[in-house]
Design a protein around this ligand. Sequence first.
Ligand SMILES: Cc1ncc(COP(=O)(O)O)c(C=O)c1O
Length: 442
Amino acid sequence: MELARRLTRLARLDRFPFHMPGHKNRFSQLVPKFDATELPGLDNLHNPQAAIMRAQARVAETYGVARTFFLVNGSSVGLMAAIASVVGPGDKILVPRASHKSVVAGLIHSGAVPVWLEQDYCIPEQRWLPPTADQVAKLIAGHSLKGALFTNPDYFGFVPDIATLTRLCHSAGVAVIADEAHGAHLKFGGAVNLPVSAVDAACDIIVQSPHKTLPALTQAAWLHLNDGGLAAEIQHWLNLFHTTSPSYLLLASLEFAGEYARNHAERLLKRLARLEKALSLQCRALNLQVFSGAAPRDWTKFTLPARLGMEKLLRRAGVYPELVQGNKVLLMLTLADAYDDAGIRALCRLLPRLAALSAVRRPPLAIPPLPVQEVSPREAWQRGGKRVGFRDARGRIARQVIAPYPPGTLVIVPGQRLTGEHVDFLEELHARKVISRWIEVI
Ligand SMILES: Cc1ncc(COP(=O)(O)O)c(C=O)c1O
């Protein structure tokens, strides 16, 4: 791996750095020696010509795409650049309601107008249903869309029929962006019944967070282009959004994640599938299931029904879930759990005790209708606003994004008008300690 090799060589030199970063590699307890910036031989993320260019090209080859761009600010910066590359001021872009909050940053920067796709909500399972072909076809027929964005998979692993949606969009000349932040591993899962990756579904721009599902450091992400035509535009926007001090820890971890996936992902996913199957069978026998199992889904997003005292019991055994929310607990399985299955074995041992806990009896949230987008997110953002309590926000237009994290799913977007139902919903989220009590309105 070239980036890691060059960094190792640099780290071995007995040098006196008179350049950033300020720690000058003198605090090994704080930072490893790979924390460098654009020194000679390390290339330049804003205009890759050498080591970064070659590392990106290698990942592109692994995924079978025309171009790959390394990202040092997560999929968030990739989605912003993707949106700004496809749509400009006043252009329309289809956006499903339960998208990630970074999409709003893309809408504000581009000046585009979102055409919201109203996803259905499954109350018993407490989750959004992915967009359907009918919903997409209706919006294509009713609007002059320039772009569309789909999440594949969502936080809980559910996927739309991404290949069909992409075909529909392409037949109408609509460019497709896939938010595949949670799906960098899908490409390698054909043999183990993982959903199809947006890369293979011919989406135009695919944004992935290897830091979520492959062995890469937090924030390390990449963006793929199935056709290189948009490359200059993507680089242009990334150069605007990216830091001018990209971390080589992140870049080298991307190179590592790409190589690791290329050489080991298929084999480790097969092993992980066997481990997950054993877990699932035990859960079924113990009646520990959240989802009906009918919908196509990424099974690495392992879920358990929430039970009283469950989080404490899990943590006491060293099992730290990704999320405990409403009726479910999400545990992400990755290649690392196949490499070393100690965590899965610990979880297996706990299942009978978890099954003995009482169920959580909290009524599911009543989801309000999609708010009306009165003005574009950019226009609302640019107007002055004032902070008010939720009760005073009734009838007003939001200037602020509300998207509780994790997972950052949109609730309110700048430019949307709040009705009594939205205010009640926000108050309920506040009562559940998910958000603060204020909102900025125009
Ligand atoms: C669906 C989805 N898209 C995009 C993102 C942003 O990814 P990142 O944290 O790598 O910026 C997230 C983060 O949780 C997400 O859940």
